[in-house]
Design a protein around this ligand. Structure first.
Ligand code: GDP
Ligand code: IMO
Ligand code: MG
Length: 442
């Protein structure tokens, strides 16, 4: 099987890290292709919990090469910190990972700009970014003249480039906010980033060559999406999005793999919905139901620790992103989180100005003004965290999963009932939720 990909179908934190770790066994390559340290992917294996921001979630498995490809933006001190903390746990990242020399670098001015742009926009217009410098770094990449790629750090003209860029950035930052002129010290940045480059150099290479050779050799490649499809810069809830193509459409542009190499796309969705930061969230439950989900799911950001906004599963949105990303199957996660509820609502359509629609609107005002149309399903009120097969689940839980599968229009292949690798039900190709339920009805 050539290219497989794991993508988030919602606004991030769908448990992509868990799925990637689970699927890494037997793969030759695990590839991150967009985003940066804004991501926070969790892998839980028994008592070991790994929180990965930069490093692909395949890193825990020995014998797999992990790639960070051109579409990712890299924060050198953050990635080095992550590499060192994995080394303390016995994982030698330097032998298991390569970084593309084409990947852009999040420089100190990007973090300052991110903070400043956030402060300048208040109220419901505030994106509420992770303040990791992601947007400004991607903006400079598109703007080209002031961008720095990781391969540039070891070039002889790097110091001169930094001096020129810092001169411009200082003007922009102080004009926008009267920021302290001394906050950016070009000479200190040059020394600091050259030292980072030295430490990262053994891992920096041309990942396009590795990836294209792997394609020629028919190797097994797993791509790991960051963020979620609704945060996609082109196809998400703009402007409340991240600055990369975080839906399925970004795999090829970010990594450099030919688009037709991707054979299987697993769309990951929670059994409910969450969002961190600003922006429209049609099914949000800013009430005790939302708080219950937050408490049961421990819904606090992996990267920033912010409480995640919680709400019901939105089938209109998930159907849209599953189609957009070419999802071939679905991983339904956090089913256990809903276990105590007597009934569970699912959004099956929207109403705008009294008219029922079943497509996902492009405009942020439409998304803010619409009313979700809900169907209510009975809960199961049984702890499902120990379930390892469909037979271990209460029928109402299987019915809930089947309802979601029907609404999304793609088969559910995985049901996750807890954070651990082992807390997963895999539905094989010759099984189906529909047949399972039909057999039970006899
Ligand atoms: P990612 O960004 O998509 O990789 O997801 P995060 O790691 O940010 O957030 C998912 C959180 O839910 C992590 O703390 C996981 O350990 C946890 N998790 C994953 N799957 C399940 C599940 O099925 N049930 C519960 N209760 N937690 C889960
Ligand atoms: P993972 O990979 C959830 C959100 C931020 C903010 C918006 C823009 O763990 O699923 P940015 O810093 O990217 O400019 O912020 O996107 N965001 C995420 N939300 N999970 C993530 O990543 C996210 N990465 C960014 O909260 O609303
Ligand atoms: Mg996350």
């Amino acid at each position: 099987m050539p290219g497989q990909c794991v993508i988030g179908l919602q606004w991030g934190d769908e448990a992509k890290g868990k799925l990637v770790d689970l699927l890494t066994d037997g793969k030759d390559l695990v590839v991150r292709y967009q985003g940066g340290a804004n991501a926070g992917h969790t892998v839980v294996i028994g008592d070991d919990v790994y929180k990965l921001h930069h490093i692909p979630s395949g890193i825990i498995n020995e014998g797999v090469l992990n790639l960070i490809t051109p579409g990712v933006v890299i924060n050198p001190p953050t990635i080095l910190k992550e590499i060192n903390s994995l080394a303390e746990r016995g994982i030698d990242v330097s032998t298991r990972m390569k970084i593309s020399q084409r990947a852009h670098v999040v420089m100190p001015w990007h973090v300052l700009e991110d903070k400043m742009w956030n402060e300048l926009v208040s109220g419901e217009d505030n994106i509420g970014t992770t303040l990791r410098g992601i947007g400004p770094c991607y903006a400079d990449k598109i703007g080209r003249s002031f961008a720095i790629r990781i391969g540039d750090l070891i070039q002889p003209d790097f110091p001169e480039r930094v001096r020129k860029i810092v001169a411009v950035k200082k003007k922009v930052l102080s004009a926008a906010s009267g920021a302290d002129e001394t906050a950016l010290d070009a000479e200190a940045i040059i020394t600091e980033y050259q030292a980072y480059a030295q430490q990262l150099e053994p891992m920096i290479t041309d990942t396009n060559r590795i990836l294209l050779d792997a394609v020629d050799e028919n190797k097994d490649i797993l791509f790991e999406g960051a963020q979620g499809s609704l945060l996609d810069i082109d196809h998400g809830t703009f402007p409340f999005v991240t600055s990369s193509n975080s839906s399925g459409v970004g795999i090829s542009t970010g990594s450099g793999v030919p688009g037709n190499w991707i054979e299987k796309v697993i769309g990951v969705t929670k059994s409910y919905a969450t969002r961190v930061g600003g922006g429209p969230f049609p099914t949000e439950q800013d009430n005790e139901k939302g708080q219950h989900i937050r408490d049961m799911g421990n819904e606090y950001g992996t990267t920033t620790g912010r409480p995640r906004r919680c709400g019901w599963f939105d089938a209109v949105a998930a159907r849209y992103t599953a189609r957009l990303g070419g999802a071939t199957s679905v991983a339904l996660t956090m089913l256990d989180v809903l276990s105590e509820l007597e009934s569970i609502d699912v959004c099956v359509a929207y109403e705008i100005d009294g008219e029922r629609i079943e497509h996902f609107p492009a405009n942020v005002n439409d998304l803010r003004n619409l009313t979700p149309v809900y169907e209510s399903l009975p809960g199961w009120q049984v702890d499902v965290t120990g379930a390892r097969s469909l037979d271990d689940l209460p029928l109402n839980a299987v019915r809930y999963a089947r309802k979601i599968e029907t609404l999304i229009g793609r088969p559910i292949e995985f049901i996750s009932v807890g954070p651990d690798r082992a807390q997963t039900i895999r539905i094989s190709q010759d099984e189906s939720l529909e047949e399972y339920l039909n057999a039970k009805a006899v």
